[in-house]
Each structure stands twice: as C-alpha cells, then as structure tokens.
Design a protein around this ligand. Structure first.
Ligand SMILES: C[S@@+](CC[C@H](N)C(=O)[O-])C[C@H]1O[C@@H](n2cnc3c(N)ncnc32)[C@H](O)[C@@H]1O
Length: 273
C-alpha cells in the first residue's frame, strides 16, 4: 500500500509512538488506514498523540490574545481558542537555555519534534472548499488574528490561522474530558480513518501529561489488509435509512458517504450507489 509522500506509516509520529500495525492506503474515500496484520476484537490498533490540541492553560490563551482577551467563559466554551494558542506556540522559536551544552541537545530534540509535528500538520486532509465555506474560515481567522497580541500576530499570518480552522473543521476529533468542557485534537494517524456506517473500529480520547491522546480499538476481528473505519456520526444516525444517513453526513461533513453499507442499501433502493 502506498504511503503519504515522505511519511512511511511505519516510521511513526513525532512522539515516538508508532502505529506498527497500520499503513496508509487509498480507496474511493481517498487516503485511508489499513491494518498490516490480523487484529483481534478489542485489540488496540494504534495510539496517537495529538499534533495540535486545545488542551491549554488559560494564562497562555490570554497571553496570545492579550489585545482583546476573550472572556474566560468564551475561551472555555470554544476549544478553538486553545487550539490556535497551541498552534501559535508551536510556530514560535525555542526559548534560550542556561546550560549551553545541554541547551544545544535539548534545543535540537525540541526543534526536531516541532518540525515533525509541523510536517504532520501539513499532511492533514485539506480538500478544495467552496468559496462560501472558505470565506467563513477566512473571516473567523481574521477575527482571531486581530485579537492577538502584536508579537504573536507577526509570527502567524491570518491565512495560516484560516488553514488551521479548515483542518480543524474537517479532521479534528472531540477529546472527552471528565467533569470539564470537551476539547479538540488533531490526531494524524486517527484522522486517516475514513467513516463507515458499519464501522469496524472505535476510538477513545483522553488527556495525559498536558496533551490529548487517542486509542483506536477493533470492534471485531480484522483481516490483514482490511481498511479500518470509524463512525463520524452517532448511533441514532447509524440506525436511520440510507437516504437520511447520507443527508446528515453530507450536511455535517460535506461528503457523499460511499461506505459499503450505504452503497449496498442504495443499490437495494434502486438509487445511485
Ligand atoms: C478525516 S478525513 C479522512 C482521510 C481522507 N480520506 C484523506 O484522504 O486524507 C475525512 C475525509 O475523508 C473522506 N471520507 C471519509 N469517509 C468517507 C466516506 N465514507 N465516503 C466518502 N468520503 C469519505 C471525505 O472527503 C472526508 O471529508
């Protein structure tokens, strides 16, 4: 199976947590995640650490958005503020260290990790958006950019924020938090899993050590080479007939579902598969 240009799935992500059981391939739904070995039901398919997430201390958000600090409640309600803050920090220069020899090593490792995360960020799925949608992201990005402290404004252009918002809208997963507001995470390997209305996997997210993490589990035994699919929609939608499901998915995610169940059920209903 082909891999993302320059990124062999086997070589893993920036955190050193590789997905050794998976490879990237293509199907009617674009790139997808495939298992390289047979997998048992309930087995962990991969663990992923977010490339960028919204897990962020309030003081940091207020540092970046100091010219027009969003009220605390808004920043807490909308994880996108934390996400943009962490992204802006990712683009910053590494701050100086005291011990020179140690600093060189630490800086090297830190810079390599950042470069790796930015490489992965560039490889997230980005389709051509219709003008109305891309204008919406541009306007929202401008609003956030104008609210930034001038030093941070200089290090990230408004278009870069608009690109981040687009990627978040299309590729981010919800990060569940116990007793708090849910957050968002951009998980590179997990985001490669396409949607199916008869999913063979599900994911669980949590926060650990100040970052968002995701674990992908098999819902049933998987054969070597099989595509791993999750459901992007809730159980109620999965219980609906094909026309309803496809409409909901089209409205929420902007694509016509071509999963095996939708194709089969639309064939049975004598519609376009
Ligand atoms: C998070 S990305 C998944 C990875 C993506 N296929 C890629 O090429 O990088 C979500 C996008 O994949 C495509 N996709 C996912 N599941 C699909 C499905 N069941 N039918 C059609 N397209 C699907 C849609 O274009 C959707 O916007």
């Amino acid at each position: 199976v082909p891999c993302v240009a320059g990124l062999a799935a086997e070589t893993g992500d920036y955190s050193g947590e590789n997905p050794p059981l998976c490879a990237v391939g293509t199907s009617a739904a674009g790139r997808g995640l495939y298992v390289k070995k047979p997998i048992l039901q309930r087995e962990v398919i991969l663990k992923d650490v977010a490339v960028v997430d919204s897990v962020c201390p309030q003081e940091r958000i207020q540092k970046v958005f100091s010219t027009r600090p969003p009220e605390l409640s808004r920043a807490q309600r909308e994880p996108i503020w934390g996400m943009v803050t962490n992204f802006v920090y990712l683009l910053q220069d590494v701050p100086g260290h005291v011990n020179l020899s140690e600093a060189a090593n630490q800086e090297g490792a830190e810079m390599r990790a950042r470069r790796r995360r930015l490489e992965l960020f560039d490889a997230f799925y980005r389709p051509q958006l219709q003008d109305a949608k891309s204008n919406l992201y541009k306007l929202h990005a401008q609003e956030m950019h104008e609210a930034m402290d001038p030093t941070f404004q200089q290090s990230v252009a408004s278009d870069v924020v608009a690109d981040l918002l687009t990627v978040v809208r299309l590729d981010a997963h919800i990060v569940r938090k116990e007793g708090g507001m849910n957050g968002l995470g951009l998980f590179f390997w997990l985001h490669l899993a396409n949607h199916s209305c008869c999913p063979n996997a599900f994911f669980h997210t949590h926060t650990q050590g100040g970052s968002a993490q995701a674990t992908l589990y098999a819902l049933r035994p998987l054969a070597s080479g099989e595509e791993v699919c999750i459901s992007y929609v809730d159980g109620q939608t999965l219980l609906s007939p094909v026309q309803v499901r496809r409409r909901i998915i089209q409205n929420q995610f902007g694509f016509l579902c071509v999963c095996s169940r939708c194709r089969e059920e639309s064939r049975e209903a004598n519609e376009t598969p």
